[in-house]
Design a protein around this ligand. Structure first.
Ligand SMILES: Nc1nc2c(ncn2[C@@H]2O[C@H](COP(=O)(O)OP(=O)(O)OP(=O)(O)O)[C@@H](O)[C@H]2O)c(=O)[nH]1
Ligand SMILES: [Mg+2]
Length: 266
């Protein structure tokens, strides 16, 4: 059992906690048949996992947006290639489907192709985009997007940012600056589920340096169990709000604890 949990990228601490719960639940229980034992074990696992995940329920972003003053500002960040830009396009699509207007701030002025990548999405989705100059100031792009949203009465501003590793002190400081200027209502950390427990390390790093409210876990369509979701909840008190399950615009789904438990033990 321990091995199965660790194999699913559940961190050591969380695995220990789940097994402790299990021990407590089994001791003193009369087991008549082996069926009973299996059921007790399954129930105990489900209970402790559900407890961990639902301890910090993700906020309902759509509801939050609807009841907040316009524009509601969301910034997306994370390390290189995790799927930030793609996730923003999916997020914009979801907003549109829910009757909310948005504008995208292409604040990744660091990677040459980032602006063009968003331009394609913006055209496909018919969503306005504020572009930046290559090498330009990402905070000023965000500032322009927010100003445009205010003057056009747009509901939501989605800010894309350049991927950064913790070794990029300059880029991390730059991210802090964008956050200070844009004053986002919501800070979303994008994590790649293929990164396994490294994703937890990234989360700790971003939490200590910038802070974040919600995780979007991408590439869950790959054959991963996503045990990092448990670690995020248990060790950082951070909820996963959405999962990326493919490359199409509608491949973003709200996180669901039951779905997760089924997957973990399938
Ligand atoms: N299968 C799958 N692929 C995804 C998912 N999300 C993103 N991708 C792919 O991951 C690759 C990187 O996505 P981007 O959105 O460019 O990632 P990024 O974080 O913006 O990258 P940088 O801006 O370079 O840091 C692309 O090929 C995406 O299509 C997902 O949920 N599932
Ligand atoms: Mg990008």
């Amino acid at each position: 059992m321990r091995y199965q949990l660790l194999e699913s990228d559940v961190s050591f601490e969380v695995t220990e906690k789940i097994l402790e719960d299990l021990k407590e639940n089994i001791i003193g229980k009369k087991v008549k048949r082996s069926d009973d034992l299996e059921r007790i074990v399954k129930d105990s696992l489900k209970k402790s996992i559900t407890e961990i995940i639902t301890k910090n329920n993700a906020i309902n972003v759509l509801e939050e947006i609807k009841k907040s003053p316009k524009p509601y500002i969301i910034i997306f960040f994370g390390i290189n290639g995790v799927g930030k830009t793609t996730t923003i396009a999916k997020f914009a699509y979801m907003l549109k489907k829910n009757g909310l207007s948005c504008i995208i701030s292409a604040s990744d002025t660091f990677r040459a192709a980032a602006q063009e990548q968003l331009e394609v999405h913006s055209r496909n989705l018919e969503i306005p985009l504020i572009k930046g100059r290559y090498g330009g100031d990402p905070a000023s792009v965000a500032f322009d997007a927010i100003r445009a949203a205010k003057s056009r009465g747009i509901d939501v501003v989605l800010i894309d940012t350049a991927g950064r590793m913790h070794t990029d002190t300059d880029l991390v400081n730059e991210l802090k600056r964008v956050v200070n200027i844009a004053k986002p209502n919501l800070k979303i950390l994008v994590l790649d589920s293929l990164g396994g427990n490294d994703a937890l390390e990234q989360a700790k790093y971003f939490e200590n340096n910038v802070g974040f409210d919600l995780v979007i876990l991408t590439k869950v369509d790959a054959d991963v169990k996503g045990g990092v979701i448990l670690s995020l909840a248990y060790e950082l008190n951070k909820p996963v709000g959405y999962l990326g399950i493919g490359q199409a615009y509608d491949d973003l789904i709200p996180f669901n604890a039951e779905w997760f438990i089924q997957r973990l033990f399938s």
